[in-house]
Design a binder for this molecule. Structure first.
Ligand code: NAD
Ligand code: WQD
Length: 343
């Protein structure tokens, strides 16, 4: 029997490329729609080194209904499409405050176009990349899906809230749609082969890419943003999830959609464990046997003190939970950085 296809918008990006591998390993045929605005075609070689073949790819701007319609038609001509996983978006929080219109246009515009193209093609299953940023600073941690959605701190955060809302409104209308809204906590790490990982984008704002580049001597020492927070060691707490575990959650979501038609649910995807920045540094040093150059600095504006997931709903409904440790994620992140350093 022919494999079912899954369209992966943004499939050449960081989380998308790992998900393409996981879909292939689960017996699906992943098809990438990407315009390489934040990725490189070489990622396809990395995927091929892992799965033994280059995935099918359409160079598509997901804001364009016409391009989407054409690619979906070509894709459906020789196979059945089980669903769409929608990663394609801009993701830099700081940049979104400088270029809010680009973020609204790309992130919200592509989601509207995609929903229209899916409806026209009779595809109803959608997995959407959302973020724990929708919760802001929650009143209680671990945070579950019932926690209120707080006013967004950034245009980026607003686009995630707006897309969740527009998907939910479309679901509540007469549109034939089933959706998983996946709220990721802090994805880190890379494929253990180091064939794919997160591509560095200039000055990294996220903790792990900065930490690995600083340790590799490519940047100055890491500044830990604040050690006067009301946490045990004074540094902020987050829920760091291995990108390989996150990728598997997308496969589980496709399976869930196939057996739960006409459903729309949000799921937190995290480990359920909060780790402080100081704990992450110590775990990195232990996992890799190398010292991280760092110093403590002032707080970063907009940082919440502590957030980590109650991911019980995903475990109950999707039959998914994290299997990999923080140490494994940090070992794979360092392996990836070493590969980048070697060129
Ligand atoms: P990424 O930038 O590595 O990947 C995004 C991919 O989408 C890139 O390959 C880019 O070229 C493509 N893309 C962007 N706009 C496009 C468009 N209009 N048409 C076609 N392709 C387009 O980002 P990522 O880290 O893999 O994130 C994937 C998704 O997960 C995003 O929606 C992001 O907001 C969300 N997310 C990421 C994180 C994180 O920390 N990485 C956390 C929570 C949520
Ligand atoms: C983690 C911790 C920093 C850099 C962001 C987005 C969120 C989501 C995930 C997309 C914090 C500290 C960091 C550094 C540091 N992305 N830090 N020195 O802020 O939790 O979440 O990525 O949806 O929307 O906001 O992740 O990796 O930037 O920071 O001390 O150089 O590391 O203060 O406590 P964050 P992060």
């Amino acid at each position: 029997m022919a494999k079912q296809k899954v369209v992966v918008t943004g499939g050449a990006g960081y989380i998308g490329s790992h998900t393409v591998v996981a879909l292939h390993e689960a017996g699906f045929s992943p098809v990438i729609f990407d315009n390489f605005s934040n990725s490189k075609p070489e990622v396809l070689d990395g995927i091929a080194r892992i799965i033994g073949e280059k995935p099918q790819i359409f160079e598509v701007d997901c804001r364009s209904k016409a391009e989407l319609a054409q690619a979906i038609e070509a894709c459906a001509s020789d196979g059945q499409i089980a669903g769409v996983i929608h990663f394609a978006a801009f993701k830099a929080v700081g940049e979104s405050t400088e270029r809010p219109l680009d973020y609204f246009d790309n992130n919200i515009g592509s989601t509207v176009s995609l929903l229209e193209a899916m409806t026209a093609a009779g595809i109803s299953n959608l997995v959407f990349s959302s973020s724990c940023t929708v919760y802001g600073q929650p009143d209680a941690i671990p945070v579950d899906e019932q926690a209120p959605i707080l006013p967004a701190e950034s245009p980026y955060g607003y686009t995630k809230q707006a897309c969740e809302r527009l998907i939910t409104d479309a679901f509540n209308s007469s549109m034939p749609l089933s959706a998983c809204l996946l709220r990721y906590f802090n994805p880190i790490g890379a494929h253990p082969s180091a064939a794919i990982g997160e591509l560095p984008l200039g000055h990294p704002n996220n903790l792990i890419p900065y930490l690995t580049q600083a340790t590799a001597g490519k940047r100055g020492p890491l500044t830990v943003f604040g050690n006067d927070y009301p946490t045990e060691d004074g540094t902020c707490i987050r829920d760091y999830i291995h990108v390989m575990d996150l990728a598997r959650a997308h496969v589980a979501s496709i399976h869930w959609l196939l057996s739960n038609p006409a459903s729309c649910e949000a799921f937190n995807l995290g480990t359920g464990e909060g780790k402080s920045v100081s704990q992450v540094i110590a775990a990195f040093e232990k996992a890799n046997g190398i010292a991280v150059p760092y110093s403590f600095g002032p707080r970063r504006a907009g940082d919440v003190t502590a957030i980590f997931a109650n991911a019980g709903k995903a475990e109950r409904a999707l039959g998914w939970k994290c299997e990999l440790s923080l140490e494994e994620a940090l070992r794979d992140a360092w392996k990836w950085q070493q590969k980048l350093t070697e060129g």
